[in-house]
Design a binder for this molecule. Sequence first.
Ligand code: BGC
Ligand code: NOJ
Length: 820
Amino acid sequence: MEQQKRYGHFDDQHREYVISDPQTPWPWINYLGNEDFFSLISNTAGGYSFYKDAKFRRITRYRYNNVPMDNGGRYFYIKDGDTVWNPGWKPCKTPLDFYECRHGMSYTRITGKKNGVEASVLFFVPLKKWCEVQKLTLKNESSETKSLKLFSFEEWCLWNAATDMENFQRNFSTGEVEIEGSTIYHKTEYRERRNHYAFYHVNAPIQGFDTDRETFVGLYNEFADPQAVMEGKPRNSHAHGWSPIASHYIEVTLAPGESKDFVFLLGYIENEQEEKFEALQVINKQKAHALIAELDTTEKVDKAFAELCEYWDALLNIYKVRTGNDKLDRMVNIWNQYQCMVTFNFSRSASFFESGVGRGMGFRDSNQDLVGFVHQIPPRARQRIIDIASTQFPDGGCYHQYQPLTKRGNNDIGGGFNDDPCWLIFGTVAYIKETGDFSILDEMVPFDNQPGSEVTLFEHLKISMDHVINNLGPHMLPLIGRADWNDCLNLNCFSWDPNESFQTTENVSEGTKAESLMIAGLFVVTGKDYVALCRKLSEYSNNSEYSEEAVRMQQAVDAMIDAVKKHGWDGEWYLRAYDFYGRKIGSNECEEAKIFIESQGWCTMAEIGAEDGMVAKSLDSCKKYLECEHGMVLNNPAFSKYIYEYGEISSYPEGYKENAGIFCHNNPWVIIGECLAGRGNDAWSHYAKILPSYVEEKYQTLHKVEPYVNCQMVAGKDAFKPGEGKNSWLTGTAAWMWYTVSEFILGIKPDYDGIRIDPCLPETASDYTVQRKFREADYEITIHPNGKQKGVKSITLDGAKIDGTVIPYSPGKHTVDVIL
Ligand code: BGC
Ligand code: NOJ
């Protein structure tokens, strides 16, 4: 194995990842902000900020796929004599005497040292505030007095990130700014319909500024050598059109040992229509002044930072494990939960792989994300469920995505992904089990956001199930529609036109026989959940309608199980689908792609045919045909050519993305299948392969992307470079990894009436303890595996033995002892 260079390490005590070399194999980023105001920040301070919606309210500009990579961000230039440097190394790339980037929970601290000066910047978004704080501390560690010239830099985006990068005939004439003291205001389009502006402020007097990019940088210079900085002379430019920026210029003198703080603030303000201006063309700055006043000293900033840290302490105190294995504990207690929160906030919209203009909130994605954060912020999970359900249609179908700002379904993408409706049940059931809040089912929720169309959320769940039942194909298996979980298995698309998007091209679904085994498994899993929910409702309400509904749906689930056994089994594994013409996909009879992971995952989770050995065979086939050093690939063998009848899946080169890449997202499905089957050794070995902390130890260079979070895809065994990761951060992998480890491996599973304990562990597991806050209770649960992989022998609650595996819920502190 090639020796892998290391670029950083975990600091669990501070819940940080510490990067010690700025030239990481790819920008290693972090996210700031928890509600409304958000930023992405790389380990060299690249990235951008936005308010709620990365497409429609982009505050600062960022150019994706640029040369060099990750160019543009919030930059501090320090001119010390003839040397100009940045604390985060970029963009000047002046070699530093010391560099460190600490990515923590919603904050990043970047420190650089050069010629006896230390510059440390703490970046974070304070709770409930619409701004990014950048607290810069300059310290003179030399024995001489230092006279430094400090320049800040941000480039404004003209709000709509999509038109900002294309409509130049207009853009170059619209840019407007105002300058007042140490604050630069960006007010493009404020004169007309916008009710918002942004500002960049520093809590110190400035000796100059710039707001026009060309004047500051110079037409033939770059961010690496802006003319104003190189000459040490701000131009005091006032932008009119072209590209407005914000740069402060400050002269700083530091005696030996002296240090000074500067608080920079990037803020966003909205004004009522009637209160937009204080005079003709002069923006009303009242709210900006107020926001600045809340954060204009080091003390106030430190307090806001402490509040943010407390917020994270509280979130991460809800589920905490001590296994003695640091690599597992740090993922469970810190990074996996953190990634779940980030995916909740961003869905699939803004990362270094998602440009923020393409995709909004996915119907399926957002429901899956729920299981990752519902224990931490149940009220926001509740709201999210209502928002998602509001984009459904009366027949149970739904928009595939919606925009976070408007919460409206996205017409550009449309609907017809036939797995989508089932996910609403998955998300809602997880919410109720966590909270015990059945009242959510009575909420009145509209269709397609149309006022007047409201029915109860329960009704939405019902039509979600019915949508599958009403759309069965010739084998009584679910019709796939546009696609199922695999957005690239486009069985009704038939495209030969490279200008068409596989994702949006009109489907030829008239007369289709294309059916999905993945949806079949998903329907059985969520159907069982739905039946159990109906039974609970009938138990609590004594309303026989619920028990009748339970019976009706149980029949549909049983029929689906029969259909899978009859038409969905290939001998050694579950088939994947039937195509438009009714031909098998994912069968030993096929030339390529004989086996797919999705149907193995869902049908084993559904335990279809377990009694006939189907589950065990399917799991064995995953090990035999899909597994490799870096995880399980999506299909095998990979497609070597484009197949018109299959669509985008066969468009990818072998080993990448949906064509036999390792989709970390669906590995957990098989792992859960293993857990349900009681095969703890296998479950663990699959899990550890895609667990970031294990990858971090071995493959920092090869893997490329951030070693502290999961990525969507790792190049599979057929790829040019197996093991190379892509699409980090925003992926259903986060929630699925969490769900898998917290509920199925460690075995702490919220249920309607309490917590179910049912771990599935490798034989080598030692005793471990989980501290779990659950509703108004606080449990300390110690598990003694005794070399067993599965099977709870006894549970003692507060010293007394209980029957069964569910700890009955009661508020207060409890100690639980579990023997396998
Ligand atoms: C990608 C999928 C993604 C889809 C939706 C495809 O190009 O391969 O992973 O879900 O686009 O935008
Ligand atoms: C990424 C999408 O966000 C997700 O919804 C989809 O299921 C996978 N790609 C697989 O295509």
